[in-house]
Design a protein around this ligand. Sequence first.
Ligand SMILES: C[S@@+](CC[C@H](N)C(=O)[O-])C[C@H]1O[C@@H](n2cnc3c(N)ncnc32)[C@H](O)[C@@H]1O
Length: 270
Amino acid sequence: MAKKSGTGDVHGHFSTVAGVYRDVRTTDEEPIRVIRGALAGRAAIRGADIGCGAGRYDYLLFRHLPDLHLTCIDMNPEMLAELSRHLRGNGIENFETLVASVEDLQLIDQSLDCIFSFNAVHHFDFPTFLNKIGGTMKKDGRTFVYTRTPGQNSRSIWGKHFPDFCEKERRLFKLETMKRWIDATERLTLIDARTFRYPRTASLRRLLEQARSKHYSTFSLYRPGEFDAACETFADNIRRHFDDPMKVEWHDENILLQMAPDDDRKSRTR
Ligand SMILES: C[S@@+](CC[C@H](N)C(=O)[O-])C[C@H]1O[C@@H](n2cnc3c(N)ncnc32)[C@H](O)[C@@H]1O
């Protein structure tokens, strides 16, 4: 069963990192290019980004989809304040923010051309999310969910070399599980599941800086002493596995799910 993030530790974590979040995460443009392609030819797109955080992907969406109007939704007001500063600071006004958790969200039926969620669904009750958005998209609407699977997580630099990273991170969903939940809504159909593999290079120093900033919320699941010891072991592991700690190379992987309303099935089951 999917887990609810609740408002405890995870909420506190995102409040703490809101001010630095865009700087410590790596933002990729490739999924936004795929989204732009999928929405090509549409004018005046009305969308919502759920679990939008500090708005790094919303900024890219606005750059690639000039006719977009976006409702940026997050349960964390600090994240939304950062998002507003960031978008307005870049001259973007075509958005509003909404403080709400997925579980409490009320959206108007058939009101949106597209719904986005980047790096957030593992914090939600995913079936609840799917049921809420099922009726919210217009007939030709699209939902894009960008996330990483447990397998992709395990192949990252953190999964391979940071002690207990995969054991601590139990929230991510397998593709098969997400497919099953999508199917169970009886309102949505999965039309594409695209994987991305990004070559990365960073110094050990930068990697430790990111971990200590808790750029992945996984790091907030360690106890303080345990986290410091894990950072030391990680540094040893990197020095052992890579010739040059100034130039650590690995691949990050993600997946982009594209869904549409399953109107055929609705009429078949009537
Ligand atoms: C890992 S961050 C990703 C933020 C942003 N989408 C990005 O990629 O930069 C996850 C976000 O989801 C939000 N979040 C977590 N649980 C939530 C829930 N149940 N309802 C709404 N937002 C939630 C957090 O506050 C946080 O801003």
